[in-house]
Ligand binder design. Structure first.
Ligand code: IDP
Ligand code: MG
Length: 141
């Protein structure tokens, strides 16, 4: 494994449920360090661009509406094998299929409203980090 960075988002349902701290604590317990963070309200254009890969999927419109339904917390996580480690901490997309003890199994309500986003590969992590943060905003430790 090597030192990696990945992009994480606490989605609007997670912010509404007041579980930002719970989610951050899970990252820290897993050995991931938060090296940048910003709370923000996504615009429709930003949400459409960020999830552009899903543009043709039937759930795309609902996904964009959900992602702009309230503020999100966006963070960059750093650690050994951070991309996969974050996906492990998150659990499967559908909370009904997520392993016990994962964020989605414990905190999410549905396959759409599933509390967190996490990059799925090193390449996408680089692209997604650059979508939200400039290099000078990252504080590696
Ligand atoms: P991921 O977030 O686990 O990587 P993706 O397949 O990349 O899952 O989907 C992106 C997001 O789109 C999901 O986190 C979820 O919010 C939403 N989504 C995915 N599949 C469905 C679906 O079948 N119905 C409704 N929403 C979905
Ligand atoms: Mg994905």
């Amino acid at each position: 494994m090597s030192l990696e960075r990945t992009l994480s988002i606490v989605k609007p349902d997670g912010v509404r449920k007041n579980v930002i701290g719970d989610v951050f604590h899970r990252f820290e317990k897993a050995g991931l360090r938060i090296v940048a963070a910003r709370m923000m309200q996504l615009t429709q254009a930003q949400a459409e661009a960020f999830y552009g890969v899903h543009r043709a999927r039937p759930f795309f419109r609902d996904l964009v509406s959900y992602m702009i339904s309230g503020p999100v917390m966006v963070q960059v996580l750093e650690g050994e094998g951070a991309v996969l480690k974050n996906r492990d901490v998150m659990g499967a997309t559908d909370p009904k299929k997520a392993a016990p003890g994962t964020i989605r199994a414990d905190l999410a309500d549905s396959i759409e409203q599933n509390v967190v986003h996490g990059s799925d590969s090193a390449d996408n992590a680089a692209r997604e980090i650059a979508f939200f943060f400039s290099e000078t905003e990252l504080c590696p430790r």
